[in-house]
Design a protein around this ligand. Structure first.
Ligand SMILES: Cc1cc2nc3c(=O)[nH]c(=O)nc-3n(C[C@H](O)[C@H](O)[C@H](O)COP(=O)(O)O)c2cc1C
Length: 267
Protein backbone atom coordinates (compact mmCIF):
# COMPACT_ATOMS: atom_id res chain seq x y z
CA UNK A 1 0.00 0.00 0.00
CA UNK A 2 1.41 3.41 -0.99
CA UNK A 3 0.95 6.11 1.63
CA UNK A 4 1.05 9.78 0.69
CA UNK A 5 2.73 11.43 3.68
CA UNK A 6 1.15 14.86 3.23
CA UNK A 7 -2.38 13.58 2.96
CA UNK A 8 -1.92 11.22 5.88
CA UNK A 9 -0.49 14.10 7.92
CA UNK A 10 -3.52 16.25 7.17
CA UNK A 11 -5.87 13.45 8.04
CA UNK A 12 -4.14 12.80 11.37
CA UNK A 13 -4.17 16.48 12.32
CA UNK A 14 -7.83 16.83 11.50
CA UNK A 15 -8.77 13.69 13.39
CA UNK A 16 -6.77 14.78 16.44
CA UNK A 17 -8.56 18.12 16.46
CA UNK A 18 -11.96 16.48 16.32
CA UNK A 19 -11.60 13.86 19.07
CA UNK A 20 -12.36 15.29 22.51
CA UNK A 21 -10.35 14.04 25.52
CA UNK A 22 -13.56 12.75 27.09
CA UNK A 23 -14.20 10.66 23.93
CA UNK A 24 -11.19 8.53 24.80
CA UNK A 25 -11.52 8.54 28.57
CA UNK A 26 -9.10 11.40 29.30
CA UNK A 27 -9.71 14.38 31.57
CA UNK A 28 -9.98 17.70 29.73
CA UNK A 29 -7.60 19.34 32.21
CA UNK A 30 -7.13 23.07 32.72
CA UNK A 31 -4.13 23.81 30.47
CA UNK A 32 -5.32 22.72 27.03
CA UNK A 33 -4.77 25.14 24.17
CA UNK A 34 -7.10 23.25 21.84
CA UNK A 35 -10.28 21.26 22.32
CA UNK A 36 -8.79 18.18 20.67
CA UNK A 37 -6.15 15.69 21.77
CA UNK A 38 -2.46 16.39 22.30
CA UNK A 39 0.01 14.61 20.04
CA UNK A 40 1.51 12.71 22.98
CA UNK A 41 -1.94 11.46 23.92
CA UNK A 42 -2.67 10.13 20.45
CA UNK A 43 0.75 8.49 20.34
CA UNK A 44 0.18 6.81 23.67
CA UNK A 45 -3.28 5.61 22.67
CA UNK A 46 -1.96 4.24 19.38
CA UNK A 47 0.97 2.51 21.06
CA UNK A 48 3.75 4.42 19.29
CA UNK A 49 6.39 6.88 20.40
CA UNK A 50 5.47 10.58 20.52
CA UNK A 51 8.37 11.33 18.19
CA UNK A 52 7.19 8.77 15.61
CA UNK A 53 3.67 10.16 15.71
CA UNK A 54 4.85 13.77 15.52
CA UNK A 55 6.96 13.03 12.45
CA UNK A 56 3.98 11.38 10.75
CA UNK A 57 1.77 14.37 11.52
CA UNK A 58 4.42 16.72 10.16
CA UNK A 59 4.73 14.65 6.97
CA UNK A 60 8.43 14.06 7.57
CA UNK A 61 8.40 10.65 9.12
CA UNK A 62 8.95 7.18 7.78
CA UNK A 63 6.14 5.66 5.76
CA UNK A 64 3.88 4.15 8.41
CA UNK A 65 3.44 0.44 8.06
CA UNK A 66 0.05 -0.94 7.10
CA UNK A 67 0.06 -2.53 10.55
CA UNK A 68 0.24 0.85 12.25
CA UNK A 69 -2.41 2.31 9.97
CA UNK A 70 -4.81 -0.58 10.31
CA UNK A 71 -3.88 -1.84 13.79
CA UNK A 72 -6.03 -4.93 13.18
CA UNK A 73 -4.78 -7.20 15.91
CA UNK A 74 -4.63 -4.62 18.64
CA UNK A 75 -8.02 -3.14 17.90
CA UNK A 76 -10.17 -6.10 17.03
CA UNK A 77 -10.79 -7.30 20.54
CA UNK A 78 -11.11 -3.91 22.20
CA UNK A 79 -14.51 -2.61 23.24
CA UNK A 80 -15.97 0.08 20.95
CA UNK A 81 -15.40 2.92 23.42
CA UNK A 82 -11.91 1.91 24.52
CA UNK A 83 -9.00 4.30 24.00
CA UNK A 84 -7.38 1.70 21.75
CA UNK A 85 -10.46 1.48 19.52
CA UNK A 86 -10.69 5.26 19.35
CA UNK A 87 -7.07 5.44 18.31
CA UNK A 88 -7.69 2.76 15.66
CA UNK A 89 -10.67 4.69 14.34
CA UNK A 90 -8.42 7.69 13.86
CA UNK A 91 -6.15 5.67 11.61
CA UNK A 92 -8.93 4.25 9.39
CA UNK A 93 -8.61 5.70 5.87
CA UNK A 94 -11.16 8.49 5.39
CA UNK A 95 -14.26 7.72 3.33
CA UNK A 96 -15.61 10.19 0.77
CA UNK A 97 -19.26 9.68 -0.14
CA UNK A 98 -19.96 10.49 -3.78
CA UNK A 99 -23.47 11.83 -4.51
CA UNK A 100 -24.71 12.19 -8.07
CA UNK A 101 -27.75 14.34 -8.79
CA UNK A 102 -28.54 12.53 -12.05
CA UNK A 103 -30.54 9.35 -12.51
CA UNK A 104 -29.73 9.18 -16.23
CA UNK A 105 -27.96 6.12 -17.59
CA UNK A 106 -24.61 7.31 -18.87
CA UNK A 107 -24.80 10.49 -16.78
CA UNK A 108 -21.83 12.80 -17.21
CA UNK A 109 -22.16 13.91 -13.58
CA UNK A 110 -21.91 10.33 -12.45
CA UNK A 111 -18.89 9.89 -14.72
CA UNK A 112 -17.16 12.68 -12.80
CA UNK A 113 -17.72 10.78 -9.57
CA UNK A 114 -16.66 7.47 -11.10
CA UNK A 115 -13.48 9.21 -12.21
CA UNK A 116 -12.94 10.69 -8.76
CA UNK A 117 -13.19 7.17 -7.43
CA UNK A 118 -10.71 5.94 -10.03
CA UNK A 119 -8.11 8.59 -9.19
CA UNK A 120 -8.52 8.50 -5.39
CA UNK A 121 -5.24 7.65 -3.66
CA UNK A 122 -4.95 4.28 -1.95
CA UNK A 123 -5.35 5.74 1.52
CA UNK A 124 -8.72 7.35 0.71
CA UNK A 125 -11.86 5.25 0.45
CA UNK A 126 -14.77 6.30 -1.77
CA UNK A 127 -18.35 5.14 -2.03
CA UNK A 128 -20.71 6.00 -4.88
CA UNK A 129 -24.22 6.39 -3.45
CA UNK A 130 -26.69 4.52 -5.63
CA UNK A 131 -29.93 4.91 -3.71
CA UNK A 132 -31.27 8.14 -5.24
CA UNK A 133 -34.10 6.51 -7.21
CA UNK A 134 -35.24 4.49 -4.20
CA UNK A 135 -35.76 7.47 -1.89
CA UNK A 136 -39.42 8.20 -1.14
CA UNK A 137 -40.80 11.70 -1.67
CA UNK A 138 -39.89 13.75 1.35
CA UNK A 139 -42.74 14.02 3.81
CA UNK A 140 -42.14 15.36 7.34
CA UNK A 141 -44.69 12.84 8.59
CA UNK A 142 -42.29 10.07 7.56
CA UNK A 143 -39.22 11.72 9.09
CA UNK A 144 -39.62 9.76 12.31
CA UNK A 145 -38.29 6.45 13.64
CA UNK A 146 -38.37 3.95 12.15
CA UNK A 147 -37.27 5.85 9.07
CA UNK A 148 -38.03 4.46 5.62
CA UNK A 149 -35.17 2.04 4.88
CA UNK A 150 -33.71 4.04 1.94
CA UNK A 151 -33.62 7.16 4.11
CA UNK A 152 -31.93 5.34 6.98
CA UNK A 153 -29.39 3.99 4.48
CA UNK A 154 -28.74 7.46 3.07
CA UNK A 155 -28.21 8.96 6.51
CA UNK A 156 -25.97 6.07 7.56
CA UNK A 157 -23.88 6.51 4.41
CA UNK A 158 -23.45 10.22 5.12
CA UNK A 159 -22.75 9.53 8.78
CA UNK A 160 -20.00 7.05 7.92
CA UNK A 161 -18.27 9.46 5.53
CA UNK A 162 -15.50 11.89 6.43
CA UNK A 163 -16.62 14.12 3.55
CA UNK A 164 -19.15 14.31 0.74
CA UNK A 165 -18.56 15.17 -2.92
CA UNK A 166 -21.58 16.15 -5.04
CA UNK A 167 -21.89 16.33 -8.80
CA UNK A 168 -25.30 17.28 -10.14
CA UNK A 169 -26.80 18.58 -13.37
CA UNK A 170 -28.94 21.68 -13.56
CA UNK A 171 -32.57 21.24 -14.55
CA UNK A 172 -34.65 24.30 -15.37
CA UNK A 173 -32.25 26.63 -13.66
CA UNK A 174 -31.97 24.73 -10.38
CA UNK A 175 -31.33 21.29 -8.87
CA UNK A 176 -33.08 18.19 -10.25
CA UNK A 177 -36.15 17.54 -8.10
CA UNK A 178 -34.95 14.07 -7.14
CA UNK A 179 -31.69 15.44 -5.80
CA UNK A 180 -33.38 18.28 -3.92
CA UNK A 181 -35.55 15.52 -2.43
CA UNK A 182 -32.38 13.75 -1.23
CA UNK A 183 -31.12 16.94 0.36
CA UNK A 184 -34.49 17.51 2.05
CA UNK A 185 -34.12 14.14 3.72
CA UNK A 186 -30.77 15.22 5.21
CA UNK A 187 -32.25 18.25 6.98
CA UNK A 188 -33.98 16.24 9.69
CA UNK A 189 -30.82 14.22 10.46
CA UNK A 190 -27.61 15.45 12.02
CA UNK A 191 -25.25 13.43 9.83
CA UNK A 192 -24.37 16.18 7.37
CA UNK A 193 -23.96 18.87 10.05
CA UNK A 194 -20.37 20.17 10.02
CA UNK A 195 -19.45 17.53 7.44
CA UNK A 196 -17.01 18.77 4.78
CA UNK A 197 -18.97 18.95 1.51
CA UNK A 198 -17.99 20.16 -1.96
CA UNK A 199 -19.37 19.96 -5.46
CA UNK A 200 -18.04 19.77 -8.98
CA UNK A 201 -19.98 21.61 -11.67
CA UNK A 202 -19.55 19.43 -14.77
CA UNK A 203 -21.55 21.71 -17.09
CA UNK A 204 -19.98 23.80 -19.82
CA UNK A 205 -18.27 27.02 -18.66
CA UNK A 206 -20.84 29.54 -17.44
CA UNK A 207 -23.62 26.92 -17.21
CA UNK A 208 -25.08 25.15 -14.20
CA UNK A 209 -24.78 28.23 -12.01
CA UNK A 210 -28.41 28.02 -10.88
CA UNK A 211 -27.84 24.49 -9.60
CA UNK A 212 -24.71 25.66 -7.78
CA UNK A 213 -26.56 28.56 -6.17
CA UNK A 214 -29.36 26.27 -4.98
CA UNK A 215 -26.86 23.75 -3.65
CA UNK A 216 -25.18 26.48 -1.63
CA UNK A 217 -28.51 27.62 -0.20
CA UNK A 218 -29.79 24.14 0.67
CA UNK A 219 -26.48 22.94 2.10
CA UNK A 220 -26.49 26.07 4.24
CA UNK A 221 -29.78 24.95 5.76
CA UNK A 222 -28.43 21.45 6.42
CA UNK A 223 -25.44 22.83 8.33
CA UNK A 224 -22.92 21.18 5.98
CA UNK A 225 -19.39 22.59 6.04
CA UNK A 226 -18.89 23.79 2.44
CA UNK A 227 -15.23 23.41 1.46
CA UNK A 228 -14.91 26.34 -0.93
CA UNK A 229 -11.48 25.49 -2.41
CA UNK A 230 -12.86 22.08 -3.43
CA UNK A 231 -15.95 23.49 -5.20
CA UNK A 232 -14.87 23.81 -8.81
CA UNK A 233 -16.09 23.83 -12.39
CA UNK A 234 -14.74 20.95 -14.48
CA UNK A 235 -16.62 20.89 -17.80
CA UNK A 236 -17.01 17.34 -19.07
CA UNK A 237 -16.74 16.48 -22.75
CA UNK A 238 -18.92 13.40 -23.14
CA UNK A 239 -16.54 12.17 -25.83
CA UNK A 240 -13.88 11.62 -23.16
CA UNK A 241 -16.03 9.25 -21.09
CA UNK A 242 -14.97 5.65 -21.58
CA UNK A 243 -17.27 2.62 -21.74
CA UNK A 244 -16.70 2.09 -18.01
CA UNK A 245 -18.09 5.57 -17.29
CA UNK A 246 -14.66 6.89 -16.34
CA UNK A 247 -13.22 10.04 -17.94
CA UNK A 248 -9.97 9.51 -19.78
CA UNK A 249 -8.88 13.17 -20.05
CA UNK A 250 -5.71 13.52 -17.98
CA UNK A 251 -6.36 17.18 -17.12
CA UNK A 252 -9.79 16.35 -15.72
CA UNK A 253 -8.41 13.40 -13.75
CA UNK A 254 -5.68 15.54 -12.25
CA UNK A 255 -8.15 18.25 -11.24
CA UNK A 256 -10.41 15.68 -9.60
CA UNK A 257 -7.45 14.37 -7.62
CA UNK A 258 -6.89 17.92 -6.38
CA UNK A 259 -10.58 18.21 -5.42
CA UNK A 260 -10.33 15.09 -3.26
CA UNK A 261 -7.17 16.32 -1.57
CA UNK A 262 -8.71 19.74 -0.86
CA UNK A 263 -11.87 18.14 0.49
CA UNK A 264 -9.83 16.28 3.11
CA UNK A 265 -7.37 19.05 3.92
CA UNK A 266 -7.88 20.53 7.39
CA UNK A 267 -8.68 24.25 7.34
C1 LIG B 1 -35.40 18.75 -18.13
C2 LIG B 1 -34.02 19.31 -18.35
C3 LIG B 1 -33.75 20.61 -17.97
C4 LIG B 1 -32.48 21.14 -18.15
N1 LIG B 1 -32.23 22.41 -17.74
C5 LIG B 1 -30.98 22.91 -17.84
C6 LIG B 1 -30.68 24.21 -17.34
O1 LIG B 1 -31.51 24.91 -16.82
N2 LIG B 1 -29.41 24.66 -17.46
C7 LIG B 1 -28.42 23.90 -18.03
O2 LIG B 1 -27.28 24.35 -18.10
N3 LIG B 1 -28.67 22.66 -18.49
C8 LIG B 1 -29.93 22.15 -18.41
N4 LIG B 1 -30.19 20.89 -18.85
C9 LIG B 1 -29.10 20.10 -19.42
C10 LIG B 1 -28.50 19.13 -18.40
O3 LIG B 1 -28.09 19.81 -17.25
C11 LIG B 1 -27.32 18.43 -19.05
O4 LIG B 1 -27.79 17.66 -20.11
C12 LIG B 1 -26.53 17.59 -18.08
O5 LIG B 1 -25.36 17.19 -18.72
C13 LIG B 1 -27.26 16.36 -17.66
O6 LIG B 1 -26.48 15.70 -16.71
P1 LIG B 1 -26.21 14.15 -16.75
O7 LIG B 1 -25.44 13.86 -18.02
O8 LIG B 1 -25.40 13.87 -15.54
O9 LIG B 1 -27.54 13.46 -16.71
C14 LIG B 1 -31.45 20.34 -18.72
C15 LIG B 1 -31.74 19.02 -19.09
C16 LIG B 1 -33.01 18.51 -18.90
C17 LIG B 1 -33.28 17.07 -19.28
Amino acid sequence: MTIDRRELAGFLRRSRDRVRPSDVGLAAGPRRRTAGLRREEVAQLAGMSADYYMRMEQARGPHPSPQILASPSSGSSAPDDSPRKQADLMSTPPLILLLSGSLRTGSSNESVLRTARAVAPAQVRTELYEGLAALPHFNPDDDTEPLPAPVAELRAAIGAAAAVLICTPEYAGTLPGSFKNLLDWTVGGTEICDKPVAWVNAAAAGRGLGAEATLRTVLGYTGADIVEPACVSIPVDRGTVGPDGVITDEGVRERLGTVLARLLTPR
